[in-house]
Design a protein around this ligand. Structure first.
Ligand code: DAH
Length: 339
């Protein structure tokens, strides 16, 4: 028996030496260690060994199995390593290959203008309030003193979902929502997206506004003008001046349109301002007492003023962008040109 075991070990060791592939290694495992393998048949032969010799022979067989298994594992590791090296060599870094370019994005000019405006207003004590883009007719029109079928609705034709639900045409809708829920005095701004049934070289069916509303005792047109002057100077620079022109909005009385001195030529007159030195940039006014009352604010005690910026238009003026369509293409080459 001992001779037989030594013979198996010798043959196993010799065979391992000649093995040159993983397939051969598998065959080796089957032959020596497998269920029908040589070691198993030796174990079966234990039946014929005298009982007193069995422990000794058993120990020898175990030792043999261990030796063969170790030798096998060593060889297997050798082949695995070889395979890994081959794989690595295949996938080695090709230094002639052009690098992968990770494009960095850029903030949209409208986003940057929103941030600028909000920073300025928040520093002045305004609270930011947002409202839904899908809005009830009441908040977009009726609560702002624009009854159904009123001709002033023509100024803001929008997209209706049902008779009473629409895509808001102005962030002034948030004024009504705020007046209903906040206790005066308060100062709110409301940034957001608005929609109109309008599309040409200077109009987009979707654009952005920032609405501001101040409700307090004794506020006047002078407060409105002082605050707007301050904000415009902070956006466009200390040189900036503003002027009021009488206008009409159903929710403000009196209403004004606000012109800002052209930041490109500092009011001297250039191509951007068509030689006038001013740009028409926003609407504003003293909140119509009727609007305050409809939302449950006592107009004998409180007054309000409000203004609404077209944020895309501000961004275009600020960044010297002339074509509105560029604002909605999201072409990274365009966005990157904007400082
Ligand atoms: N909502 C107006 C528009 O979209 C702009 C506006 C005018 C807002 C006067 C105001 C305001 O708050 O007082 O044309």
């Amino acid at each position: 028996m001992e001779e037989k075991l030594t013979d198996i070990l010798n043959r196993a060791q010799n065979e391992l030496k000649t093995i040159s592939s993983k397939e051969q290694l598998v065959e080796f495992k089957v032959k020596f260690l497998g269920k029908q393998g040589e070691l198993t048949s030796v174990l079966r032969g234990m039946r014929d060994v005298a009982p007193e010799d069995r422990p000794k022979i058993g120990a020898m067989i175990n030792e043999l199995r261990e030796k063969i298994e170790n030798a096998y594992a060593e060889k297997e590791e050798y082949f695995n390593k070889l395979e890994l090296e081959k794989e690595l060599a295949k996938g080695a870094i090709d230094i002639t290959e052009p690098g992968k370019n990770h494009e960095r994005g850029a903030l949209h000019p409208t986003t940057k203008m929103f941030n600028k405006m909000m920073d300025i207003c928040v520093a002045m004590g305004f609270k930011v309030v947002e409202g839904p883009e899908i809005e009830l007719d009441y908040y977009n029109f009726e609560g702002l003193n624009i009854p159904k079928n009123h001709p002033s609705r023509d100024m803001q034709d929008t997209f209706f979902i049902t008779e009473n639900i629409l895509l808001r045409s102005q962030t002034s809708s948030v004024q009504v929502r705020s007046m209903e829920t906040l206790k005066p005095p308060f100062k709110i701004i409301s940034p957001g997206r608005v929609y109109r049934n309008d599309s040409d070289a200077t109009h987009s069916p979707v654009f952005h506004q920032l609405e501001a509303l101040v409700v307090d005792k004794n506020v006047s047109m002078a407060d409105l003008k002082a605050m707007l002057t301050d904000i415009m100077k902070k956006i466009f620079g200390e040189e900036t001046t503003i002027r009021f022109r009488p206008s009409f909005f159903p929710f403000t009385e009196p209403s004004v349109e606000v012109d800002v001195s052209c930041p490109t030529c500092n009011g001297k007159g250039c191509k951007v301002c068509k030689g006038t030195g001013f740009l028409e940039l926003l609407g504003a006014g003293i909140v119509n007492p009727k609007v305050l009352e409809m939302s449950g604010i006592n107009s004998k005690e409180y007054r309000g003023f409000a203004f609404g910026f077209g944020v895309d238009r501000f961004a275009m003026v600020y960044d010297g962008i002339t074509d509105l369509r560029n604002m909605f293409k999201n072409d990274i080459r365009f966005l990157k040109q904007i400082k």
